[in-house]
Ligand binder design. Structure first.
Ligand code: ATP
Ligand code: MG
Length: 434
């Protein structure tokens, strides 16, 4: 770079000579940032995070470089209830743009009332219905019954399903295949992608396929509950998996390890990572681990301890993108299944919600319902939710995946070591966002 200041140039060289020196790299990133080179600063912060997962300074710098006010990642949220988490994310209440004070109104009663009105629910079935309509899907989407979700219930996303079939399901079902391909299937698969786009949901579907041979481990829970005994518990999880082999161990919110470690400065957590590395290496070497597979998920792959991503460990990645058209249709159908709707043109709605996450789509349905009910309350006569309400809501809501793509784009462009983010780059190219 011709116009580069000597200071930047020499710091760049220093960083190249000591790639693991995090403070030095952050210093360099800070300098780039003050020089207005935000993209490069983001990339340096990302590399720093890989060396020091969860480092607060690196995170803060990354945020500033991206021009985003600091957001709390899902990992940081306050202690969760110990009950089975519903798959749906709670959606924020939409901003009240009407400005009018809300009349007190019995929403439930009104929903009940309009429920009884009959009329065609959907205008037409964009997927050329087989006559069963929405009712057929509804049972399949029952989020409250764990294990009831199957891979076939995940709408669209054929590529992801194919990869999962090849990586887990086929070898689980067929020991012969496992022997043949065993070696090449060693090492775990890391699902990554924007929040709310179905990583956890897809893992649940794999669990539904496998029944007892699927162990879900939420790392943030592990670390909350098991300080002190964490390593032993990690070991126990893998022991159980070995006993139940063939078995998939699913590590959700993998980034929690990094975040927790730096936030608490709890050196014991280093041991947890080490234990996990030992278990993963055990699987890679095959010693007594025949038929144990590891699946992990994160929405901040650049915040996952780099040691966990070395060859033989979580070395294969699978990008889970925002739901495609077919998936959006299923998700919308699911969220509208019990709402009073009339002649909804799903095809139009699917087109208007590109890049929306599953959680955003739930938000759209809720906002539309609210609009219709508010209207009913104002006019005093109850009306059903229409295509117009839904399209209006979709217009009002910005896809929450955008900030993720903004951050991921920089990381993929400037910190794509070992081709980790090739899938993401290909996607961005297709979308002309590079
Ligand atoms: N392809 C899909 N088919 C059906 N439902 C989907 C699909 N993708 C997402 N969803 C729905 O979107 C919601 C959010 O998905 P999920 O919680 O799995 O996202 P996530 O990627 O794990 O998010 P996070 O990174 O925040 O943990 C779920 O309620 C799920 O039902
Ligand atoms: Mg999740």
């Amino acid at each position: 770079m011709a116009d580069e200041s000597p200071l930047i140039r020499s710091l760049r060289a220093a960083v190249a000579a000591a790639p693991g020196d995090v403070p030095l790299r952050l210093h360099f990133a800070e300098l780039l940032l003050s020089d207005g080179r935000n993209d490069e600063a983001v990339a340096e912060a990302a590399v720093a995070l890989q060396h020091a997962p969860g480092d607060a300074d690196a995170r803060a710098l990354m945020m500033r470089a991206m021009g985003v006010p600091p957001v709390t990642t899902p990992v940081e949220k306050p202690v969760e209830k110990p009950v089975e988490k519903p798959v749906e994310k709670p959606v924020e209440t939409p901003p009240d743009t009407s400005g009018a004070a809300r009349p007190s109104f019995d929403w439930d009663a009104a929903e009940q009332q309009v429920q009884d009105l009959v009329g065609p629910r959907f205008l037409e079935d964009p997927q050329a219905a087989d006559g069963e309509g929405a009712a057929g899907d509804a049972a399949a989407w029952d989020v409250d019954a764990p294990g009831s979700v199957r891979l076939a219930d995940v709408g669209g996303m054929e590529e992801v399903k194919d990869r999962l079939e090849a990586a887990f399901l086929a070898p689980m079902r067929n020991p012969e295949l496992r022997r043949l391909y065993g070696k090449s299937l060693r090492g775990g698969l890391l699902l990554y992608g924007p929040p709310g786009c179905g990583k956890t949901f897809i893992a649940r579907a794999v669990a539904g396929e496998l029944g007892a041979n699927f162990l879900t481990v939420s790392l943030s829970d592990v670390l909350d509950m098991w300080i002190g005994a964490s390593e032993k518990n990690i070991h126990d999880i893998f022991e159980t998996a070995r006993r139940q082999a063939p078995c998939v161990v699913f590590l959700d919110e993998l980034d929690a390890l990094g975040a927790k470690r730096s936030r608490t400065h709890h050196s014991g957590l280093r041991n947890v990572v080490n234990q996990l590395l030992t278990e993963l290496d055990g699987i890679a070497s095959g010693a007594g681990n025949e038929g144990v597979f590891v699946l992990a998920a994160t929405n901040v792959p650049w915040d996952v301890d780099i040691a966990l991503r070395r060859p033989g460990r979580l070395d294969r990645t699978l990008l889970v993108l925002p739901p495609d058209a077919t998936a959006r249709e299923s998700i919308l159908r699911y969220h509208l299944r019990e709402r009073p709707i009339e002649a909804v043109d799903l095809g139009k709605l699917v087109k208007a919600t590109e890049d929306f996450s599953g959680a955003d789509l739930a938000h759209v349905c809720e906002t539309a319902a609210e609009a219709a009910l508010l209207d009913s309350a104002r006019s005093g006569s109850v009306r059903l939710i229409t295509t117009k309400d839904l399209l209006g809501a979709a217009k009002q809501i910005k896809p929450s995946t955008e900030p993720w793509f903004a951050a991921a784009r920089n990381v993929a462009m400037f910190a794509n070591e070992g081709g980790l983010y090739d899938d993401l780059l290909a996607h961005l190219k297709r979308k002309r966002k590079l």
